[in-house]
Design a protein around this ligand. Structure first.
Ligand code: CUA
Length: 335
């Protein structure tokens, strides 16, 4: 450390290096990249990014080359200032940038138009309502509601109607489409389309409170037949339980605070404050992507959601071990 005393810039450079390495490492996590597009609209956004990067890099190289060249030439043979060519300043300082920026502007406007392109009126519509901190997902034509998980048929443009129940959020699936804000009192619309089957992560892209970072969702793009199978299973009410533990678990669910905030179709539970749980066991995550949907995570979430997501609206629940196991059996039966 002694060596740094006289050279604070070295210490600063090292800190900057560490910060850069951390930033690169964190960006290398499983976060999706808009530069790995999986749909035509996201592809246009990525193309625009690459084109502006290349143009910017070329301009930068030319400018740096000109600066270096100017310094060398001037040192060798000082020029008469009065005879500096004005036309060069006008061309390089005004005309060339105007031409380049006009081109980039036209290309950007074309991209914006392509990204906003609508499908036809018969396209699938999904209503997404953002809340602190989760996403309610409804399929109005198929008449069911789920949470934090969208399924879409591949190669079909899908309309997403976006709203918010509380503060401004932003709906973003980097590999499928650019961002769109979800604003209270206003309905926004965007179109998404995947050209490859897969599961794509979506995120809230507008700071919306303490758990903004835990407001993720998934988009499952699948073949038309898989999508139709999924919607028809989601439309159905769960069958009445017969297994003794599941029956008991349903009684625990309906007799506790759960039923005030959550809905399970075909039962008296019809709360709308929290996610619809009719088919909760079919979803891949809990708590808006904060937890994998496993029995252990579900138990922890039911008993003490505040330690996973401080400030979440879900309150802690107290129950004995027997009731908890029955409740878990019931929730896991909701496929
Ligand atoms: Cu919702 Cu950030």
């Amino acid at each position: 450390m002694r060596g740094h005393k006289g050279r604070p810039w070295l210490r600063r450079a090292q800190l900057a290096g560490v910060a850069l390495a951390l930033a690169l490492a964190s960006s290398a996590c499983d976060s999706p990249s808009m530069l790995d597009p999986k749909g035509p609209r996201a592809g246009k956004v990525a193309d625009l990014w690459w084109v502006t990067l290349v143009i910017g890099a070329i301009v930068w190289l030319i400018v740096v080359f000109a600066i270096v060249l100017g310094a060398i030439v001037r040192r060798r043979s000082p020029v008469d200032r009065a005879r500096d060519p004005v036309w060069w300043v006008v061309a390089a300082g005004a005309i060339v940038p105007m031409v380049i920026l006009s081109g980039v502007t036209v290309y950007t406007l074309r991209t914006v138009t392509a990204v906003a392109k609508k499908g036809d009126s018969s396209s699938l519509t999904i209503e997404v309502s953002a809340r602190q901190w989760w996403w309610q997902v409804s399929y109005p034509d198929q008449k069911f509601t789920t949470a934090n998980e969208l399924h879409i048929p591949v190669n079909e443009p899908v309309r997403v109607k976006l709203s918010s129940q509380d503060v401004i959020h932003s709906f973003w699936i980097p590999q499928l489409q650019g961002k769109m804000d979800a604003i209270p009192g206003r309905d926004n619309e965007l179109w998404i389309e995947a050209d490859k089957p897969g599961t794509y992560r979506g995120e809230c892209a507008e700071f919306c409170g303490l758990q903004h970072a835990n407001m993720a969702f998934v988009v499952v793009a699948e073949s038309r037949s898989d999508f139709d199978a999924w919607t028809s299973s989601q439309e159905q009410e769960p069958s009445q339980p017969t297994d003794a533990s599941v029956v008991k678990g349903q009684q625990v669910f309906l007799g506790s605070a759960c039923a005030y905030c959550h809905t399970v179709k075909g039962t008296t539970a019809s709360g709308t404050l929290g996610p619809d749980l009719t088919h909760v066991a079919s979803r891949s995550t809990l708590a808006s992507g904060a937890l994998a949907n496993t029995r252990g995570a579900l138990a922890g979430w039911v008993l003490d959601p505040q330690s996973t997501k401080p400030n979440t609206q879900m309150p802690p629940t107290q129950m004995n071990g027997e009731d908890l196991q029955a409740l878990l059996d019931y929730l896991e039966s909701l496929k």
